[in-house]
Design a protein around this ligand. Structure first.
Ligand SMILES: Nc1ncnc2c1ncn2[C@@H]1O[C@H](COP(=O)(O)OP(=O)(O)OP(=O)(O)O)[C@@H](O)[C@H]1O
Ligand SMILES: [Mg+2]
Length: 676
């Protein structure tokens, strides 16, 4: 292995070579922070450290994956695959899979998603005789989550002490936690909180991890919360070999409890922390960096920083105002085709960044019209759709029949005469007889009497149990999970069920398509990772990013600004730059909210390497009405001289070219049609 440290500047090199004791790298976007981490991993291995003793934590799965690729390029995949590179949540999950029994859960625990969490809170509210229509469950969940991220009881959180919902939150929290335990389930935050508790209560386990991971690195440190800091501290307590890198200007998760003060906390938590600053940006042209600097300078609470690079001025930034949202999406699609052609770029060189996921829809449509492959990164909504959740719950239940949450979800899907009341009765029966929900189902199907269940339902239940047991065996034995998933769908007559359950044929076919999409994702997962069903399900829980409509590797990358953190692309389109989207209307309540949105805009701008497009529409239809939009205030903060003087709405040349492209496309189609 040959690691060339000459490809680093002197400060980066110092950071790479400082391997013993705490290290903090504070630097702006594109200054090579992540590069330091990847080279440091290579350097450690070069120094004789075993790859599996290195733990590197990143924020999103995509970022972790990219880091893995970069390390692979440096030291070869046989070594890089042994390094523990993950996100906080997947690290937590790994630990819980091994040790959760020590915390009083069973090994076959489930992870609830947000929808499940909300229904659980509703149940809890009912039990507490609180009216769910008066207290919004998601507001309570927000407070509960913030408490977990601070590793505190809700009432102990100083910033929310006077929150009007606090008394409810406090009460709900305890019951919610108990209800989770009752279901043998954990929520997303528990993936961090429970390992921390485990380490607190089981010193031996903590020591085992602490002595295993000899070197720990954390990327995007500005977005970690207190519990995550505790998590890492527990692992490095003895050796203190921790390296964290971050940029306060890119802190964009305060709303989820990230403490940007954590960066300063590092020096307090770890004595004698060496601090290294990186100055030079290697990613972007100076034109882009000047825009980024000018933008972020409008934030008050920040450490002064000025990004510069040796990459020349580059092209001016293009600002485009389209007539409406359709024109905006079409513009982006046409421009991508044009640039791809003229600059010989690949589809994967383009990113479309927006504030919230639903904004993606029109771009997806335009890309389909133009036949442009695209990938929607981290689109959680896909997995929130009922049919998708149902099918996934089936897979989970087959894999692990003790997964009560999933089992309850699907026991009557497609309907087999086991209504909610019967399910409740079966639950009660399970509790009385001290067996699991699945055991209770089995007993009932074998003849145990429950009020209100007729003979036919018994029979249907019997078939159902048989089906689950068969597929349980099959999924555990097979290496072709996609084939088994397909035959499960077939056995259930799931497609017919969707077709008949939905009045509108259009809606029905969309739902069927979504389920097919899950099958396609499974097939893709199987072919890439040779994966197990467990692996697939874990990935969608942690990642939720397998919802790409196209499975090509070379695809335009569409994602939210949050999901783009740490990534870079030759050409970036920031779209929907309008008041209400960016800054988001929810953030307008105070200065801090707007400053967080500005950092988000800054993250977007600094993703671009060569070309940056800032795009907006003059109006959008909302609820059937035309809604006039005003440009984002952030646009006016970027000095005019950096922006393409031809601030034209749709550039006429492009319009011609667009028609031209359409014509060519039509001609090609025609040729194909008449060839046989
Ligand atoms: N010394 C260097 N020489 C050449 N290229 C470099 C150097 N340092 C970093 N780069 C390149 O600059 C780009 C940005 O680096 P990197 O992604 O590590 O920055 P970062 O500080 O992590 O950015 P972000 O804050 O956006 O996460 C990468 O393409 C990287 O390979
Ligand atoms: Mg980075």
């Amino acid at each position: 292995m040959e690691l060339n440290l000459h490809l680093l500047n002197p400060e980066q090199r110092q950071a790479v070579e400082h391997i013993d004791g705490p290290l903090l790298i504070l630097a702006g976007a594109g200054s090579g922070k992540t590069r330091v981490i990847t080279h440091r991993i290579g350097y450690l291995i070069d120094q004789g450290v075993a790859p599996d003793q290195i733990l590197a934590v990143s924020f999103t799965n995509k970022a972790a994956q990219e880091m893995r690729e970069r390390v692979g390029h440096l030291i070869g995949t046989s070594l890089s695959n042994r390094v523990h590179l993950s996100t906080f949540h997947s690290l937590g999950l790994d630990i819980l899979k091994k040790h959760i029994e020590k915390l009083g859960y069973r090994r076959t625990f489930t992870i609830l998603d947000q929808g499940d969490q909300i229904s659980l809170v509703k149940d809890v509210l009912k039990d507490l005789k609180l009216d769910p229509s008066k207290v919004d469950p998601s507001d309570l969940l927000f407070l509960i989550s913030r408490a977990k991220m601070a590793f505190l009881e809700p009432s102990k959180m100083p910033e929310f002490r006077y929150h009007p919902l606090m008394p409810f939150a406090q009460k709900t929290y305890r019951h919610y936690q108990a209800a989770l335990r009752g279901l043998n389930a954990v929520d997303f935050d528990d993936l961090i909180c429970l390992p921390v508790r485990l380490f607190e209560e089981h010193e031996k386990v903590r020591r085992r991890y602490a002595s295993h991971y000899k070197y720990v690195m954390v990327d995007e440190y500005q977005d970690t919360n207190h519990t995550q800091l505790m998590f890492m501290e527990a692992i490095v307590r003895e050796h203190q070999n921790i390296c964290v890198v971050g940029d306060d200007d890119q802190s964009i998760y305060a709303f989820r409890g990230a403490v940007s003060g954590n960066i300063l906390q590092v020096e307090k938590t770890f004595k004698n922390t060496r601090v290294i600053k990186l100055e030079q940006n290697y990613r972007s042209t100076n034109g882009i960096l000047r825009a980024a600097n000018a933008l972020i300078a409008n934030n008050s609470a920040r450490k002064e920083k000025n990004l510069w690079s040796n990459n020349g001025d580059g092209d001016p930034i293009t600002m485009v105002e389209s007539k409406d949202e359709r024109e905006e999406a079409e513009y982006v699609a046409a421009e991508i085709e044009a640039l791809r052609f003229h600059l010989r770029l690949n589809y994967r060189d383009f990113a479309v960044l927006f504030r919230v996921n639903p904004q993606a829809r029109l771009f997806e449509e335009a890309f389909r019209t133009y036949n442009i492959p695209y990938q929607l990164v981290g689109a959680a909504e896909f997995f929130d759709r009922k049919e998708v959740k149902d099918f996934i719950a089936f897979l989970k239940a087959c894999l692990n029949p003790e997964d009560e949450v999933s089992m309850r979800r699907i026991v009557n899907v497609p309907p087999r005469g086991i209504g909610t009341q019967t399910v409740e009765k079966i639950s009660v029966w399970a509790a009385e007889h001290q067996v699991s929900f699945f055991e209770a189902l089995k007993s009932v199907s074998a003849g145990a009497q429950i009020d209100g269940m007729n003979h036919a339902s018994h029979e249907h239940l019997k078939t159902f149990i048989q089906l689950i047991e068969n597929f349980h065996q099959e999924f555990n034995a097979t290496t072709h999970i996609s084939q088994s998933a397909r035959s499960l769908l077939h056995e259930l007559n799931f497609v017919d069920y969707l077709r008949s359950a939905e009045k509108s044929p259009k809606v029905a076919s969309r739902r069927i398509e979504n389920v097919q999409q899950v099958l396609a994702s499974i097939a893709q997962f199987e072919s890439r990772a040779g994966g197990t069903l467990d692996g697939f399900l874990t990935r969608i829980i942690l990642d939720q990013s397998s919802a790409s409509k196209e499975n090509e590797e070379d695809a335009v990358q569409c994602m939210t600004l949050h999901a783009s953190k740490g990534l870079e692309f030759p050409v970036v389109f920031m779209v929907g730059l309008e008041e209400g989207y960016l800054p988001h209307e929810r953030s307008l309540v105070n200065q801090a909210g707007i400053e967080e949105e500005r950092r988000l805009a800054y993250v977007g701008v600094t993703r671009a390497q060569k070309k940056l497009y800032l795009s907006l529409s003059a109006e959008r239809s909302r609820f059937g009405k035309k809604d006039e939009r005003s440009p984002s205030r952030f646009l006016s903060e970027i000095p005019k001289e950096m922006i393409d003087s031809n601030m034209a709405s749709l550039n006429p040349k492009l319009r011609e070219m667009k028609n031209d492209l359409n014509l060519k496309y039509l001609e090609a189609m025609r040729a194909q049609l008449f060839s046989d």
